[in-house]
Design a protein around this ligand. Structure first.
Ligand code: FAD
Length: 326
């Protein structure tokens, strides 16, 4: 078994952001292990765009049943691809699909598994990959060196640098048979509901204004929405706020939510639990607004304002509006 295989997605003719992050990580492993980078591609999409990111072989499976995500069928497809490619390491994005598939895939392949990976390297002495993941709610980093191959790993989105294009690349495509039939699917898609989103996406925003339990209820978020609008940013939340149902869970930032890496992160009424801070370590500047001067958020914040958000946010938004001319 050799090579690093990433589960690739092509969106509008280009590799998705998560695919480029997987490829960035795959190349780091490939360099250390001196093994090639391959990709598994389900469905249609131009494999050629992957060659320009250093992919040498694309294992493609195409089948009408793979059009919509269905865990049993996608699992079967990935198992077939793994058997064809025989990789040392399989990398999946730690998004909802990757999290859904990884453990089941590892079981079927009798593979090792590491989830939530935030860093990787190759141990030079043993030429073996190592995976770093948060432990004890983000208070420590566990270094995992699986002893079996293959290894299935999910990478935490937005934590790895995206692979850069190498210009016109050359690779080859290997078609993989798809022994799929509808009887293998034990669940069926009943309805797809698209969450309404307006403005800039939380994960891509250069400014994020997040609110926590300290807002006291859903109404407090309107002040954050206004500040985010003025700063052309997005609104996020702590898990306390999403668990309370004040805002949708898609807005949750942190270990079990989204990882953000904005230029400016404003934490309002958030105490700074390690699980929340795990999602903002990539933020360049963190500003905290909190009534409690002893709050842990001030240990990670670059700038802190002690006080009630209700009195601080309106003049802050007004000043920003004046400065930004909007
Ligand atoms: C396995 C696991 C995973 C988790 N994953 C996540 C995650 O992904 N993201 C996440 O956020 N949490 C996560 N949590 C929960 C986390 O441990 C904390 O419970 C949560 O982050 C607390 O949210 P909070 O800071 O909004 O609330 P609190 O800790 O209650 O803090 C509220 C803060 O608001 C301040 N405040 C009160 N009134 C005002 C006011 N008027 N103006 C300004 N400040 C005010 C208070 O001083 C306090 O500091 C996870 C927990 C576990 C166990």
């Amino acid at each position: 078994m050799a090579g690093i295989l990433v589960l690739a997605k092509i969106e509008n003719g280009v590799p998705s952001r998560s695919t480029l992050e997987l490829l960035g990580a795959a190349h780091r492993l490939a360099t250390g292990l001196q093994e090639p980078v391959c990709a598994g591609l389900l469905g249609q999409g131009d494999a050629g765009v992957l060659y320009s990111y250093g992919v040498e072989i694309v294992y493609r499976m195409d089948h009408p049943l793979l059009k919509e995500y269905q865990a049993d069928l996608h699992l079967r497809a990935l198992e077939q691809i793994a058997q064809a490619a025989e990789p040392r390491v399989m990398l999946l994005s730690g998004d909802s699909m990757g999290r859904d598939l990884a453990a089941r895939l590892a079981f079927r392949l009798q593979a090792g598994i590491v989830t939530d990976v935030i860093d990787i390297d190759v141990q030079a002495s043993e030429k073996a990959p190592r995976f770093m993941r948060p432990a004890y709610g983000g208070k420590a980093i566990a270094v995992m060196a699986p002893r079996v191959v293959p290894i299935v790993a999910t990478l935490k989105p937005r934590t790895f640098d995206m692979a850069a294009s190498v210009g016109e690349g050359h690779g080859r495509e290997v078609p993989v048979e798809a022994p799929l039939d509808p009887g293998q699917a034990r669940t069926r898609l009943v309805e797809r509901v698209q969450e309404e989103t307006t403005g800039v996406k939380l994960e891509d925003a250069r400014v994020v204004v997040s609110g926590g339990r300290g807002l006291g209820g859903p109404d407090g978020f309107s002040l954050l929405v206004e500040l985010a609008r003025v700063l052309k940013g997005a609104v996020g939340a702590s898990r306390a706020a999403t668990d309370a149902g004040w805002v949708p869970s898609s807005m949750q930032v942190g270990q079990t939510g989204k990882t953000v890496s904005p230029d400016l992160y404003i934490a309002v009424g958030i105490s700074g639990a390690t699980q929340h801070v795990a999602g903002i370590s990539g933020a360049k500047t963190i500003v905290a607004i909190n009534t409690d001067p002893e709050s842990s958020i001030f240990k990670v914040a670059h700038l802190g304002i002690v006080g009630d958000y209700k009195t601080i946010l309106p003049p802050l938004s007004a000043k920003c509006r004046e400065l930004m001319g909007g």
